[in-house]
Write a new protein. Structure first.
Length: 238
């Protein structure tokens, strides 16, 4: 009895067959990964050896069209996951694994994915996350090293403590970034607020400048003095 993963019109199925005759078909499933999970369940239920559900060359096209598989191959090429992890996840035997590098279409997709990950910063972020996991071992080695200077031991302990209880990072805004709120009052009248996101006591709403421009000339010194003192409008410029 055999269990196979097949793809028809972009949909993933699991079939159970015996003596070349299909006995049962399950699906469609959302992805090849879900289909493989169903195959595992059927294998355990029917007590079929693991080798009977390994991916063979005939099923390679379904993997090539699987974006998750392409990403995992790119991550393997970047040194983020091991060959054993990829082969175990997709049940690839030695012959199939070696045949992958001969598939020009697959290699092209992997290279394109690697380039996309570099340009979007995904590779840099994942690589950094992968490397920083080695930091606690390095720091503990310094902290527990009796030959290290007390200063280095204390610095290592402080850094480990920061790793153990990280503080939430503050959100930083571009000092020139602004928000604009427009309220439609009806009858073609609008109320608009235009302010910097970052607090700035010297920030002036452009709409307020228009108000000043239309103010009587004799009122300008009074308005300027009030804005300077923060008076006359709840502490806000007029």
């Amino acid at each position: 009895m055999n269990i196979e993963l097949i793809e028809l019109d972009g949909k993933h199925f699991v079939t159970v067959s015996a003596d070349g005759r299909e006995l049962k078909r399950r699906g469609p499933f959302l992805s090849a990964v879900v289909a493989r999970a169903m195959a595992d369940q059927l294998r355990e239920l029917l007590e079929i050896p693991k080798d009977d559900v390994d991916v063979d060359a005939a099923n390679l096209p379904s993997l090539i069209s699987n974006h998750e598989f392409i990403v995992d191959c790119a991550r393997f090429a970047e040194g983020l996951v091991s060959e054993h992890a990829v082969r175990k996840k997709y049940r690839l035997d030695e012959a199939v694994w070696e045949s992958l590098e001969k598939d020009d279409a697959l290699v092209e997709k992997i290279e394109a994915e690697k380039l996309r990950r570099i340009r979007t910063g995904i590779f840099k972020r994942e690589k950094s996350q992968h490397l920083v996991t080695k930091a606690p071992d390095i720091l503990s080695g310094i902290m527990l090293n009796t030959d290290a200077s007390p200063k280095h031991q204390i610095d290592a302990a402080k850094t480990l403590d920061a790793f153990a209880t990280p503080e939430p990072r503050a959100t930083h805004h571009d000092p020139d970034e602004r928000f604009i709120i427009t309220i439609n009052l009806g009858n073609s009248e609008k109320l608009t607020f235009n302010k910097k996101i970052a607090p700035d006591p010297n920030d002036i709403d452009p709409n307020e400048l228009k108000t000043i421009d239309h103010a009587p000339r004799e009122m300008l010194p009074i308005i300027a003095a009030a804005n300077k003192r923060g008076e006359g409008n709840g502490g806000e410029p007029l």
